[in-house]
Design a binder for this molecule. Structure first.
Ligand code: GLY
Length: 423
């Protein structure tokens, strides 16, 4: 089977109907969440598996304290809370909600005690762990902690560049003025903060930051830089670079997936159709550079025949992004047909169907080829064969918490089309 010219995923060898695949995949995923609930409870697993098994997050000395194993630090802990909320929405079983509410206490303590907050990932952390319980069950503690996190994120907004600095202390010369594509998923915390506080400044910062990424982190050929640097004094755009991709000028697969999902969400929050067009450009490039089974290699420069690992988490994120993009396009009146660098001539309706189909095929491929059940693996991850950070030797060909979360979110989106995103 040859890969389709403009995307779509060449995976339709499955003889089982997609609804059936999703039903079985949800059951398998919930079995693993149930087992992890017993193993981890209100403690947190590490970012990625080692030999396909999550262990507790290691004990560390940091942020003025000794943190025992399983403590709440790093950027990924909320993906465990997020899985619990998804499981609760799927089943209504109290055990998921009760544990996720215990996590709220941990996140409230974390923001109060200043544990590992010097980065933009406050959005990943507090949208899932605290905004979601506020929205779903009216958690006042969640709302308060999420607002505190949004205020910290706002401190990272740099004038005159109009971007949110990704990493490190604001005075650190190596990090000053660096924005990254992943940050698009951190912006919904600011849109939410504007809504609950009535203050426009959060949403304005998020929109300016997203616009800068749209202008500079997305290249003319529809690929993306992982990170981009602005002059912290003048605000002038300087140059792109990578941190987790193969090369500065290659296209890191997960970054491109963050682009699809992040720009589609920017449209949901702002109504600006140019963000939807940018999401579509990212999607078309991603889909046109997939291997036969529809699950990207860790960098899109690689394809079938390359001896390189896949990043299953990029497929899970892309599937959620494609579904969000399709929903946006289906509802976006008067969105002009985008101008693409490729030869794409289909209309919006065809495009909606194509993105939905690609998402279904990708999730089917993940369920049938990348889960412990499919692989006969003894693992407590929902998905295997992800990559965290290959250049730095971290989490290569392992499961990871965000891959698990977005895989379950994609399953929820397919099973419940009326599901309201946590972002
Ligand atoms: N946000 C960090 C990553 O995608 O690895």
């Amino acid at each position: 089977m040859t890969p389709p010219r403009h995307g779509g995923v060449a995976t339709s060898e499955s003889s089982i109907a997609p609804e059936e695949v999703v039903g079985v995949a949800v059951r398998d995923a919930l079995d693993i969440v149930d087992a992890n609930l017993v193993t981890f409870g209100d403690r947190f697993p590490h970012d990625n598996t080692v030999d396909e098994v999550y262990q507790l997050r290691p004990a560390v000395r940091g942020w003025g304290q000794d943190l025992p194993a399983g403590s709440n630090y790093g950027w990924t802990t909320s993906f465990w809370s997020g899985q619990l909320w998804l499981a609760w929405e799927l089943t209504g079983r109290d055990r998921y909600r009760d544990l996720a509410l215990a996590h709220v206490e941990s996140f409230a303590r974390r923001v109060r005690d200043g544990v590992d907050l010097d980065h933009h990932d406050l959005g990943f952390l507090y949208s899932l762990a605290c905004v979601t319980p506020d929205r779903l069950v009216g958690s006042a503690e969640g709302r308060c902690a999420a607002l505190a996190a949004a205020d910290l994120l706002m401190r990272r907004f740099l004038e005159p560049a109009g971007i949110i600095q990704a990493w490190g202390d604001l005075s650190d010369p190596a990090e000053q003025g660096r924005g990254i594509i992943d940050s698009l998923l951190n912006m919904p915390l600011l849109y939410w903060a504007s809504k609950v506080s009535g203050e426009r400044r959060y949403a304005e910062a998020a929109e300016r930051h997203t616009r800068q990424l749209q202008r500079h982190i997305v290249r003319d050929d529809d690929t993306t830089f992982h990170t981009f640097h602005w002059d912290p004094v003048t605000g002038e755009p300087r140059s792109g670079s990578t941190h987790q991709g193969h090369a500065d000028d290659s296209c890191w697969a997960r970054g491109q997936a963050w682009g699809i999902y992040g720009f589609a969400l920017a449209y949901r929050h702002t109504g600006d159709a140019t963000f939807l067009r940018t999401a579509a450009r990212c999607a078309d490039y991603f889909l046109a550079h997939l291997p036969r089974d529809g699950v990207a290699f860790w960098d899109l420069v690689f394809s079938d025949g390359d001896d390189q690992p896949r990043d299953s988490s990029s497929a899970a994120i892309a599937a959620c992004g494609l579904l969000e993009l399709a929903e946006g396009l289906a509802g976006a009146d008067g969105v002009e047909e985008p101008t693409f660098s490729g030869e794409i001539d289909d209309d919006a309706t065809t495009r909606v169907a194509r993105y939905r189909e690609a998402a279904v095929d990708m999730v089917t491929s993940l369920a049938e080829r990348y889960t412990p059940r499919a692989l006969g693996a003894q693992s407590n991850a929902l998905l295997l064969h992800g990559v965290y950070n290959l250049p730095r030797g971290m989490g290569i060909d392992e499961g990871n918490l965000w891959g698990d979360y977005y895989y379950l979110e994609a399953l929820v989106r397919l099973r419940r089309p009326d599901w309201v995103p946590y972002w």
